[in-house]
Design a protein around this ligand. Structure first.
Ligand code: ZN
Length: 299
């Protein structure tokens, strides 16, 4: 893991009930995006989705996998990014290449590529634990507005968010800054008085963060947090790193094949073998008749 490049840095404002986190991603995005031939506008959108996923996951206490997914009727039918509680991150997108080209050629990019649809947040802690899922309509001029709309609708947790991604010299970089008002009211401050607890000001400051600042440029993460929020007093926590890692395996594919009938599996054969390719990392798993006879029951 490269802490210098792919990480989230959490922080807390000292004089306001506000916490935040700054995500910066680099090499992990190259790993994710170069495994597919994504058109530029799709890669851009997916890079932003990965940065948002990293920022949202860092706000949760969970052991397992956090997933952010979009589904829509636009040229980018689906995007999914997930991150495990130990910082392993992956993502993929399904899209119609011809439609993307057509719509992007007409100047429509960003969330316009998603069309009408929804954004889903899932926390899966495995075992018998209940899966948490939040769902909201895709609404906003960009992905961060869509996520803010979710918080407005479902969590009533005031959230300010900036996200951006860019390809520079053949390498992707993305950043996300997320600031949230903590739910507890402080002594003597009415819970809903935004001005009194500095929320309006913190939100306005967040909105001034430029793309260059988000991505890194000439300022370190703690340096940027201090630059933006110094008047509140800032406490910065230790950063945590992200790395690309897929969770697919030959065993998982075998489990799926095991649940199928011999006939169904035979129909999946191309040139005598069944090939399953992972949507996330593009690894192909091949099964010939000898493999299949050990896995699939022929009765
Ligand atoms: Zn995989």
């Amino acid at each position: 893991m490269s802490l210098a490049s792919d990480f989230v840095q959490g922080f807390q404002l000292e004089n306001a009930p506000i916490r935040g986190r700054l995500v910066r991603l680099g090499p992990v995005l190259d790993e994710i995006l170069t495994r597919h031939a994504y058109p530029l506008p799709v890669a851009q959108l997916l890079a932003e989705t990965v940065a948002l996923t990293a920022a949202l996951a860092a706000a949760l206490k969970y052991e397992g996998v956090f997933t952010l997914q979009t589904r829509g009727d636009g040229p980018v039918r689906m995007m999914v990014a997930d991150v495990s509680s130990d910082g392993k991150i992956r993502a993929t997108a399904q899209f119609d290449a011809a439609l993307v080209e057509q719509i992007a050629g007409a100047g429509w990019t960003g969330v316009a590529l998603l069309g009408k649809g929804h954004l889903a947040f899932t926390v899966d802690q495995g075992g018998d634990t209940e899966r948490y899922q939040g769902l909201v309509e895709l609404r906003g001029k960009n992905l961060s507005e869509c996520v803010q709309y979710y918080f407005q609708q479902s969590e009533q947790l005031p959230t300010a968010l900036m996200v951006g991604a860019e390809q520079q010299d053949g390498h992707w970089r993305a950043g996300a800054l997320m600031v949230q008002k903590m739910p507890t009211a402080q002594k003597g401050i009415p819970a809903n008085d935004d001005d009194a607890d500095g929320w309006d000001h913190a939100r306005a400051v967040t909105a001034t963060c430029s793309l260059a600042e988000l991505l890194g440029g000439d300022v370190t993460a703690p340096g940027l947090i201090y630059r933006l929020f110094h008047e509140f007093g800032v406490r910065v926590f230790d950063p945590t790193a992200f790395a690309f890692q897929c969770r697919c395996s030959r065993e998982r594919v075998e489990t799926v094949l095991k649940s199928m009938s011999w006939d169904d599996v035979q129909h999946m054969k191309i040139d005598g073998v069944v090939t399953a390719t992972c949507d996330f990392c593009s690894t192909s798993y091949r099964f010939d008749d000898a493999d299949l006879s050990l896995i699939v029951s022929d009765t």
